[in-house]
Design a protein around this ligand. Structure first.
Ligand SMILES: Cc1cc2nc3c(=O)[nH]c(=O)nc-3n(C[C@H](O)[C@H](O)[C@H](O)COP(=O)(O)OP(=O)(O)OC[C@H]3O[C@@H](n4cnc5c(N)ncnc54)[C@H](O)[C@@H]3O)c2cc1C
Length: 435
């Protein structure tokens, strides 16, 4: 018998072999540490490591959004036998990672560590572009507008100075000269982060998943993980089968709060529906990405901010969205009424973007999963240390995903993690955590 492949069809033990394969594929093979064929012990644990791998994977990642797909990629690229499980058929638009674009930028106004992480992220996005052969980033800059002495602009400028990042604050009289297609009061500050730009979101997601498979990873989509039995070896029950793994990564996006509660972790996450609105240009090309970059206006409508991208992804359409929305159940996301957001945004567009028709032509749905401090949760499960949680990316996690994926892979491999996990610990929500 070949220890790697098991007994052959004609070997004296072929009946046992078929029975064993049946047991393994039902995911309960681990209960048998050895079997006998006549008087001889045929399979010791050691004997079957070669072919039991399928039922004892190194790692399972639950959730094939951008964070799970990035993590799965770095795990497989490091040689770990990894399975990525997604509840919906791929590609899908029911989570948070779909759509043609996301804004990326280096400077975070209020948190040094994210700026360091973004420096890494830029390198890793380039690496992903090179490895996949797909262009994923378009440099366009980001225009932030705000009333004078705006903390967001002042914070960003402070960081960009500190880290010598290219930026420009326009002299007030130049606002209109540079951006004649905008209408803001003369006392507004216009600041441009030159390294910012657009990530091609759908293509980036596909690039991670394609490279993951290229490194030997497997994706099972249309398969919902229903229960997890934690332990040194975790058992995962899905809508279609059962799997076993040494490490488990949970990147379940908007479903994280209910999912983690089944593992006795209460995360104070809020899920909101954010609608992506595309507004037609009156004169085609006036707001093309070349003239009008990505955009952010803090406290644009009361305390709500507005973000967007010049016309790029859909010709003649500018993306402008409210950075807020109604709280929803992710399974019934589209029941919620979106007329209030559309009305607010229509008035905003009419006031500040005179070259756009203030009625959106395209409305797409997405969700943010928001933590109280707007930082993600990236940590080991408090009891089962081989379970890693990545959740609550609070509407700004796409650009960080290669770093998050890399950090998750380092945690699984027990290697030093590239950036501190302290800001992202589960126990920072102690008051609302049962653990
Ligand atoms: C409108 C909008 C604009 C945004 N703009 C930006 C931006 O400009 N810049 C930026 O950096 N970020 C932005 N973000 C945020 C960013 O897109 C998210 O932070 C990121 O996509 C979150 O990824 P995720 O993998 O955590 O979640 P998701 O993409 O939701 O992935 C989670 C996956 O887990 C699956 N899943 C859940 N439960 C199970 C289960 N039981 N079994 C199997 N599978 C399961 C889900 O189906 C889903 O596919 C934006 C988000 C939205 C909605």
């Amino acid at each position: 018998m070949d220890k790697k492949t098991g007994p052959t069809e004609n070997s004296p033990c072929s009946a046992d072999w078929r029975e064993l394969m049946y047991v393994i594929t039902r995911g309960i093979g681990h209960q048998h540490s050895g079997r006998t064929c006549g008087q001889d012990t045929v399979f010791s644990d050691e004997d079957w490591t070669g072919f039991v791998m399928e039922s004892r994977l190194d790692c399972i990642v639950v959730g094939a959004g951008i964070q799970g797909s990035a993590a799965a990629y770095y795990l497989a690229a490091n040689g770990l036998q990894t399975l990525l499980i997604e509840q919906f058929p791929l590609p899908h638009s029911r989570g948070s990672s779909h759509g043609p674009s996301r804004i990326t930028r280096k400077a975070y106004a209020d948190f040094d560590q994210l700026t360091y992480m973004m420096n890494d992220a830029y390198k890793l996005w380039t690496e992903l572009e090179n490895n996949s052969g797909v262009t994923l980033f378009k440099q366009a800059g980001m225009l932030t507008v705000g009333k004078s002495q705006n903390p967001s602009i002042e914070g960003s400028v402070r960081y960009m100075k500190k880290y010598e990042m290219p930026y420009e604050v326009l002299a007030k009289e130049d606002n209109r000269k540079r951006y004649p297609m905008l209408n803001f009061p003369p006392n507004f500050t216009f600041m441009i982060d030159k390294d910012a730009g657009v990530l091609h979101a759908d293509k980036a997601l596909l690039a991670f998943q394609t490279l993951f498979k290229k490194h030997g990873g497997e994706i099972k989509d249309g398969e919902k993980v229903e229960t997890v039995s934690p332990g040194d070896i975790c058992s995962i029950q899905t809508s279609k089968g059962e799997y076993r793994c040494r490490h488990l990564v949970l990147t379940t996006g908007p479903w994280s709060k209910p999912f983690m509660s089944t593992l006795h972790v209460t995360l104070p996450l809020r899920v909101i529906k954010v609608i992506v609105l595309y507004w037609p240009e009156k004169n085609k090309g006036e707001y093309s990405l070349k003239r009008f970059p990505t955009f952010y206006h803090e406290n644009a409508i009361g305390s709500f901010s507005v973000f967007g991208t010049g016309s790029y992804e859909y010709e003649g359409m500018v993306k402008l969205c409210l950075h807020e929305g109604p709280e929803v159940d992710p399974d019934t996301r589209d029941f919620s009424d979106q007329s209030l957001v559309i009305n607010l945004m229509s008035s905003y567009v009419a006031e500040h973007f005179p070259g756009l028709i203030p009625r959106p032509s395209i409305v797409e749905s997405c969700m943010y999963t928001i933590s109280p401090d707007r930082l993600c949760v990236l940590d080991r499960h408090p009891l089962w240390r081989n379970i890693i949680i990545g959740a609550g990316f609070s509407g700004h996690g796409f650009k960080l995903s290669p770093v998050i994926g890399k950090m998750i892979s380092e945690m699984v491999m027990n290697k030093p993690v590239s950036h501190s996990l302290e800001p992202f610990r589960v126990n920072r929500f102690q008051k609302s955590s049962r653990l």
